[in-house]
Design a protein. Structure first.
Length: 293
């Protein structure tokens, strides 16, 4: 269904409410319905089932606000939770802050990661089935090549596949990851203190470097450096920037894999599909350049 059709369905279900679409991501469309947030999956509800269990387990364990959603399954299936308080921010608003306020904000992001990573894995597995906390895994290379053979040669697919496989094989002791922290999934107060974090749909167990990958972008460089510095002081754990760079590159293959496994999304998000293909071309160029040296 289109966004307008979904909005009409929700308006019919909540006739006295103000229904507004507030965002569309890779896997869901979010609506604000009075004081509630409703997220409707584009593909399936399985990620939300895990998220509901995880967020129930995390209540009271973090300094920031987090949602406490529940599922509504039926003709229209969705996850719903009461809005957490706070307002949106952007790298533009961050750059306009004083240095002290920037430092405080970066410390609060680092502390969010630290609190999450400090939760004993054994406690998490007791509450949530371990199978629900596995990181996304690569599909068989022959499946990937079958879908990409009109774009890349078999040797090129093998080269980038091997790079991603090797990158994901380099893991430390696993921790609980949010895995999608950035401005669209967090809220601040009027003084730019971190107030809330949401969208735990990608949460899993894995290398802690993953939680910094979504901040690995030229626009976020100053923020990322400060967050890492504070995190290393809190945790006494070194974040390897070279590994972070490799994770950022490897993630493009998972984005491509998402489209391979959900072919209908290529038509719905053609610009994003082309963007990831261009990223793969650039990564192949860099890998070929390294092989020539």
């Amino acid at each position: 269904m289109t966004i307008s059709e979904l909005k009409e369905r929700l308006q019919h279900q909540f006739p006295d409410a103000c229904v507004q679409c507030i965002g569309e991501g890779w896997s869901s469309i979010a609506f604000c319905v009075n004081d509630k947030i409703i997220r409707i999956p584009k593909v399936n509800i399985e990620q939300y089932k895990k998220e509901v269990k995880l967020l129930d387990f995390l209540q009271g364990k973090l300094s920031v606000q987090i949602p406490h959603p529940y599922l509504v399954e039926g003709e229209l299936t969705y996850a719903i939770h009461t809005k957490i308080t706070g307002k949106s921010w952007s790298i533009k608003t961050y750059n306009a802050l004083s240095e002290q306020v920037q430092n405080d904000f970066c410390y609060e992001i680092a502390n969010f990661f630290y609190e999450l990573h400090q939760i004993p894995v054994s406690d998490i597995i007791d509450a949530i089935p371990e199978k629900d906390l596995k990181s996304y895994s690569l599909c068989p290379r022959e499946v990937m090549y079958s879908d990409l053979k009109s774009i890349f040669s078999e040797s090129d697919v093998n080269k980038i596949y091997d790079f991603c496989y090797d990158t994901y094989s380099l893991k430390t002791d696993p921790v609980l990851l949010h895995k999608d922290f950035w401005e669209a999934n967090s809220l601040v107060d009027d003084h730019h203190h971190l107030m809330g974090v949401f969208d735990f749909a990608n949460a899993c167990l894995g290398d802690r470097a993953w939680d910094f990958r979504t901040l690995y972008h030229p626009q976020y460089l100053s923020l990322l450096e400060k967050v890492i510095s504070f995190y290393e002081k809190l945790s006494d754990f070194k974040i390897d920037l070279h590994y972070l760079e490799a994770l950022d590159k490897a993630d493009s293959l998972f984005c491509v894999q998402y489209f391979i496994e959900n072919p209908e999304m290529k038509k719905k998000m053609p610009n994003q599909w082309q963007k990831q293909i261009l990223r793969m071309r650039q990564i192949l160029k860099e890998l070929n350049s390294l092989n020539l040296k």
